[in-house]
Design a protein around this ligand. Structure first.
Ligand code: MG
Length: 357
């Protein structure tokens, strides 16, 4: 198996303001695994706060390429993918998005070899696809209103809170939409009593869930809120890999599984299964990423309660075909593998470290 990879910069349609700072681009690496005349596509999308970037990912993927070169198998199956990913995982700790880019390409290849869509191979029922959210950053009322128009095809709004005046953001949204809202505090709330008051108020405003209210290691505060909150409290930054599950399971109502955190589809699927066994609610989320990563996550989305898979709608230079939306839900297709097609002419125009490639 031959692994190829290309670092790219994904351009955000709008600079994105979070509790942690402002972003205009995101680092990503596009991967391809070539094997017996077929190609599997993958992607690593790397927001700055998890410590991965073009340098770490390309260094890691150069080592992953050596591992894949020695794989002696004609066709993939679950057991082989599991064995390969264990080897990839053992190369170095961390590098979760880089690992996911290998995992996603392997899953695409596996589907293409067997002629089946990945979602079906992972036991998902397309009829159970949850509606996905459209995310709004923290902004002025005028900009929020403008952005909201771009998310017209989505039926749920996700908003980033954790700013100075969260109530005014919600009031502004409520002036222009009555769509349900998911609120993501991105670890921005530091006083649990004030957070609980706010959550009760948010419930009255039609907010339906709260993501990562408190700093990721403040599990006591998370558990305190979870015991009292009228809305589901979902772990995002507190939950990255499957191995985090026992530590966070009793502190939240649910977890947000993201392929870029948990090294891809293989571990993501196991995380979903094990979280379910513990009675947890499940959200499937994404980074700012191309539709390659979004299609991969969509394959598991029908196994989850909530979907936040709008990453490819937030960038202006997605080199892959966009997913179809119907009634605010991503439509799974019957193509084999991920079901995503690369637009080669767009790939050529993608910037790498600020230089046209
Ligand atoms: Mg989040």
């Amino acid at each position: 198996m031959n692994l190829h990879f290309k670092p790219v910069l994904l351009a955000l349609r709008h600079p994105f303001r979070l509790a942690t700072g402002m972003r205009t681009h995101t680092n990503a690496v596009l991967t391809e695994i070539h094997h017996n005349g077929q190609v599997g596509f993958g992607e690593a999308a790397m927001p700055p706060y998890y410590g991965e970037n073009h340098d770490t990912a390309t260094a890691f993927l150069a080592r992953a390429r050596d591992v894949l070169q020695h794989v002696r198998t004609e066709t993939l199956d679950l057991e082989t993918i599991s064995r390969i990913m264990a080897e990839i995982d053992a190369i170095a700790p961390g590098n979760n998005a880089a690992k996911a880019s290998v995992d996603i390409a392997l899953h695409d290849l596996w589907g293409k070899q067997t002629g089946q869509p990945l979602w079906r191979m992972r036991g998902a029922d397309a009829a159970n696809m949850p509606a996905t959210t459209f995310t709004l950053g923290i902004d002025t009322p005028e900009v929020l209103r403008e952005k909201l128009k771009e998310g017209d095809a989505f039926n749920i709004i996700k908003v980033k809170l954790g700013a100075e005046d969260d109530r005014s953001i919600i009031r502004t949204l409520r002036e222009v939409t009555d769509k349900p809202i998911y609120a993501d505090a991105n670890q921005g709330w530091h006083d649990r009593e004030a957070a609980l008051d706010l959550i009760f108020w948010l419930q009255e405003q039609g907010v339906q869930l709260i993501e990562q209210p408190v700093p990721k290691d403040h599990l006591d505060d998370a558990a305190w809120l979870t015991a009292r909150s009228p809305l589901p409290i979902i772990a995002d930054e507190s939950f990255q890999r499957l191995s985090d599950l026992p530590r966070v399971a009793d502190c939240f109502h649910g977890v947000n599984v993201k392929l870029m955190k948990c090294t891809g589809v293989h571990e993501g699927f196991r995380a979903i299964q094990q979280a379910r066994e513990r009675g947890l609610k499940l959200m499937i989320g994404c980074m700012t990423e191309t539709s390659c990563g979004i299609y991969a996550a969509s394959a598991l989305a029908p196994l989850c309660d909530f979907a936040d898979l709008d990453g490819c709608w937030l960038i202006s230079n997605n080199p892959f075909e966009m997913p179809m939306l119907e009634n605010g839900r991503i439509q799974l297709n019957e193509r084999s593998g991920l079901g995503v097609e690369l637009k080669v002419e767009k790939l050529k125009g993608l910037k790498v470290e600020g230089v046209e490639s």
